[in-house]
Ligand binder design. Structure first.
Ligand SMILES: NC(=O)c1ccc[n+]([C@@H]2O[C@H](COP(=O)([O-])OP(=O)(O)OC[C@H]3O[C@@H](n4cnc5c(N)ncnc54)[C@H](OP(=O)(O)O)[C@@H]3O)[C@@H](O)[C@H]2O)c1
Length: 327
């Protein structure tokens, strides 16, 4: 085993050393990471492109030469992000899309519009997300589930043919190490009543994103559409400062910068061998275990995938409305 692998494994054992900028710095140097591959002539779409990691993904993709579509829920904020990225990169092949991903019916309509407007899509980064302070429902779906699970499902399914037209189309679900705390639990994901815990709901949704990546990877050949979930590491973003203020204040000196947090997604977008990792949970450019605690281990991973896909297909059909054909 190489020294880089030995040190990586030791880091992996210590969450603090691994998830902070310390882990990033050590792995990058020991692994002699190359700069992410150029994306000239490629087309990319990033959700939540207005802030934090999403802004870093979009800026990174534009800097690498991709025609980049920015999706956000507030037109003024997305236009401002566009202006900043054009100024920083000189790439003005940037298009703005507006939609609140917490609203399933609106997302279903937006997904159809995007599929009509983008015939070829090389990279799709599902980054939008947050920890909800309280339960909020839109079209009968809880907002964390709607934004980070159903919206990626609707958008990816609608854009499947565009992704397949750019073989291999590459899809990233920006999950979180927070998912290690929760098992896959569809019954709890679907629950709309009773006490609400925003942090645990977020962790369950992130766990489900990992299951979703695996399910798509089983359905779609990696050479046609390759899907991964990833952990960006603990990253200094407005979202982290807002949702976990004490954690943020305590760890701020060692948090990753947004560019460091975005590294693995940008690497996956262009690296030649990366599509073969379809179905993996990536962190710092490598597939990682999806389990750290015995109590989160599933007895039926295949069954989890099937149940999740069935549930999401039902929600997607509801969001699309009567008479719409959902592929
Ligand atoms: N920061 C970390 O340490 C960390 C660690 C693990 C995983 N992550 C994941 O990384 C992703 C980005 O988080 P961040 O830390 O960069 O947070 P952030 O600074 O708050 O950025 C979140 C982005 O998502 C957008 N968004 C949220 N809800 C939306 C909705 N309903 N419709 C459309 N867009 C929506 C936000 O738009 P507005 O500008 O309109 O609010 C913003 O662009 C999230 O999925 C998060 O779970 C972050």
């Amino acid at each position: 085993m190489s020294l880089a692998r030995v040190v990586d494994a030791a880091l992996e054992g210590s969450v603090l050393g691994s998830f902070t900028c310390l882990g990033y710095g050590v792995r990058r140097r020991l692994g002699s990471w190359e700069a992410p591959g150029r994306l000239d002539g490629r087309v990319a779409l990033v959700t939540g492109a207005t802030s934090g990691l999403g802004l870093a993904y979009a800026r990174g993709l534009a800097a690498l030469g991709a025609e980049t579509h920015l999706l956000g829920r507030d037109r003024a904020r997305v236009e401002a992000a566009r202006g900043r990225i054009v100024e920083a990169t000189g790439n003005d092949a940037l298009r703005v899309w507006v939609g609140d991903l917490a609203e399933p019916r609106g997302v279903a309509a937006l997904a159809r519009e995007l599929a009509g407007a983008i015939p070829r899509l090389d990279v799709l980064i599902h980054n939008a997300g947050a920890i909800a302070p309280a339960r909020a429902l839109h079209d009968g779906v809880e907002s964390t589930v709607a934004t980070q699970l159903l919206a990626p499902y609707l958008l990816t399914e609608a854009l499947h043919d565009a992704l397949a037209a750019a073989p291999p189309g590459r899809v990233v679900l920006v999950a979180s190490g927070g998912m290690y705390a929760e098992p896959f639990d569809l019954e709890r994901l679907a629950r709309l009543e009773g006490p609400f815990d925003g942090v645990r709901t977020y962790a369950r949704v992130k766990r489900a994103q990992v299951v979703l990546a695996r399910a798509w990877a089983r359905r779609w050949p990696a050479g046609v559409v390759s899907v991964v979930a990833l952990h960006p590491g603990w990253t200094d973003t407005p979202g982290l400062a807002r949702s976990l203020p004490r954690f943020y204040r305590a760890l701020r000196p060692v948090l990753r910068t947004p560019d460091q947090g975005a590294d693995t997604g940008l690497w996956f977008a262009g690296a030649a061998g990366a599509p073969s990792l379809s179905g993996s949970f990536l962190f710092d450019r490598r597939p990682r275990s999806t389990e750290r605690l015995p109590r989160t281990r599933s007895r039926d991973p295949r069954g989890d995938e099937e149940r999740l896909m069935g549930w999401l297909a039902g929600l997607a059909a509801d969001a699309a409305g009567p008479g719409s054909e959902h592929r």
